[in-house]
Write a protein of this length. Structure first.
Length: 120
């Protein structure tokens, strides 16, 4: 898959996740600013996760499928809803490491699952 398509499909999933977080935050908090703000503030971590996923996929020769990329983008979009804005809550490595490990494991699992389904 072309690099531009990889980025596009990941961003589609991220936009869907951001929409989910915005609506959920609206229901939970009553405002429209919180959801987009925590997603935007988590963008540096999301970019790092995307680069890590792409590197693992290239290293392991996994095909990056549309479903896998959209799912990974969606997961990155909803992580702030479940785990909070990453730099604020996890400034200490002892707290950040397990959360980052769990999140990257979920993303790699999604890519792997869709790669397995796509090869059949």
């Amino acid at each position: 898959m072309a690099p531009a398509k990889v980025v596009f499909y990941f961003l589609v999933g991220l936009a869907l996740g951001a929409f989910f977080v915005t609506v959920a935050d609206r229901v939970y908090e009553g405002g429209w600013r919180g959801g987009p703000t925590i997603v935007a503030l988590s963008l540096p971590v999301t970019i790092a996760y995307f680069v890590a996923l792409w590197a693992v996929a290239v290293w392991r020769s996994w095909p990056l499928t549309v479903g896998g990329l959209i799912t990974a983008g969606f997961l990155c979009g909803i992580f702030p809803f479940f785990f909070g804005f990453f730099p604020v809550y996890y400034l200490r490595l002892v707290f950040a490491a397990p959360v980052a490990f769990l999140q990257i494991a979920l993303l790699i699992g999604a890519i792997t699952l869709f790669a397995k389904f796509g090869s059949r």
